[in-house]
Design a binder for this molecule. Structure first.
Ligand code: ADP
Length: 374
């Protein structure tokens, strides 16, 4: 039994019209309210309220500064964190996350969330070194396609064989993935290199398999292990870390070292568009069903976490591999940001409405008690 609080924030980002949309769309489906950064109106009469709303002229820097930096700070304090980019294909998920190939190969002022995060993480940790901290940063990069996992840092493992990954829960409720490559990095360049390597593997496969990337979930994870060694060799409680953190002795060095582990998952979700619209048959239909299962399960988990009326809850993490993988980083003590991306074009209004409704369901979660997470 655990008693804890959770925090989920929901941001909605509306991208600019594409050239193609400019030619075909009659009207903008979305209206913004001047000086109101939390509300938008769809189709003239449907208002929605979120924690953050980013209109088309918002910069990557705006998004990063307002909704990601607070998560970075919490991550360094020891909280697990997840950012989920949700929306139909072409709505700006990969652009916002900054894990598309163009973005990771050419650093620019347009960098998305992950490249910015990598830079800030190392500079923030640098300032903790003077406080006797040392760090280890590990990275993994997975793709989940049709409930099969692909390790993007191990391109030699053939995609079709799938990954022999097991998901285990330890006595403290931490989810441990075994069979996944976790690479240790010591600077931002190495970390960016792994992001590039995985993005190349994802894009190559996507070209081979008719744009798989829009139909798969990508999970880029940074695991931060923090050590503090007391100069007199005693085991002194670390005051920065509050009671939600898990401290355990690090057997590999000295018993006077304490260790704190936190994970940050950046999840570029598969396109949320409905199957009917793409007229999918055969393998595509199978993919569509599995995508929908994952996104539905994610929506159900988030909704269950946010349901204020259920103080003792069964949270259905086991209903999909996606939610099982992310179990200890959704709800509980973790920090979660859902970044819902949408097009402003009236030609996409049905999908945009679905995205806003999905995001709206996630908005309820705030500092509630979750008991019996399984
Ligand atoms: P998704 O990952 O949701 O399928 P992408 O991130 O690939 O969509 O975005 C589709 C296209 O729109 C890309 O060409 C991308 O550069 C562009 N785009 C998306 N969001 C923005 C934005 N906020 N500003 C400028 N261009 C954007």
């Amino acid at each position: 039994m655990t008693a804890s609080s959770s925090s989920v924030r929901v941001a909605v980002r509306i991208r600019p019209l594409t050239e193609n949309e400019k030619q075909h769309c009659q009207n903008n489906a979305i209206a913004f309210i001047p000086n109101n950064q939390q509300q938008i109106i769809l189709g003239g009469d449907r208002p929605f309220t979120f924690d953050y709303v980013y209109p088309p002229n918002s910069s990557q820097q705006d998004v990063y500064n307002t909704c990601v930096i607070p998560l970075l700070n919490k991550f360094i304090e020891g909280y697990n964190s997840t950012i989920l980019a949700y929306g139909q294909t072409g709505s700006g998920k990969t652009y916002s996350m900054g894990i598309g190939l163009d973005s990771v190969m050419n650093a620019s002022t347009n960098d998305g969330i992950v490249p910015r995060f990598i830079d800030s993480l190392f500079s923030s940790l640098e300032s903790k070194k003077s406080l006797n901290y040392s760090f280890q940063i590990c990275v993994s990069f997975l793709e989940l396609h049709n409930e099969d996992l692909v390790d993007l840092l191990c391109p030699n493992v053939k995609r079709k064989e799938g990954l022999n990954l097991t998901i285990r829960e330890d006595s403290q409720g931490n989810i441990c993935w075994t069979g996944v490559r976790e690479e240790v990095v010591s600077n931002p360049t190495e970390l960016m290199g792994l992001l590039q390597k995985g993005s190349i593997a994802r894009t190559t496969a996507s070209t081979d398999m008719n744009s798989t990337s829009s139909r798969s979930h990508a999970i880029f994870s940074i695991i931060l292990k923090q050590f503090k060694v007391e100069s007199d060799g005693t085991f002194v409680e670390n005051t920065i870390l509050s009671d939600q953190t898990v401290f355990s002795p690090n057997n590999s060095t000295t018993q006077h070292t304490k260790r704190l582990v936190s994970k940050f998952h950046f999840v570029d979700l598969a396109g949320s568009e409905r199957l009917k619209r793409t007229n999918a048959v055969g393998d595509r239909a199978k993919e569509g069903i599995s995508i929908n299962t994952g996104l539905l399960a994610l929506g159900n988990v988030i909704s269950a976490l946010g349901d204020e009326s259920r103080r003792v809850s069964h949270i259905p993490y086991r209903d999909s591999k996606l939610t099982r993988l992310l179990q200890d980083s959704l709800g509980g003590n973790s920090q979660t940001l859902m970044l819902a991306c949408a097009s402003p074009a009236d030609t996409n209004v049905t999908e945009t409405l679905n995205t806003l409704k999905y995001a709206n369901r996630a908005r309820n979660i705030r500092n509630r008690v979750v008991i019996n997470q399984e």
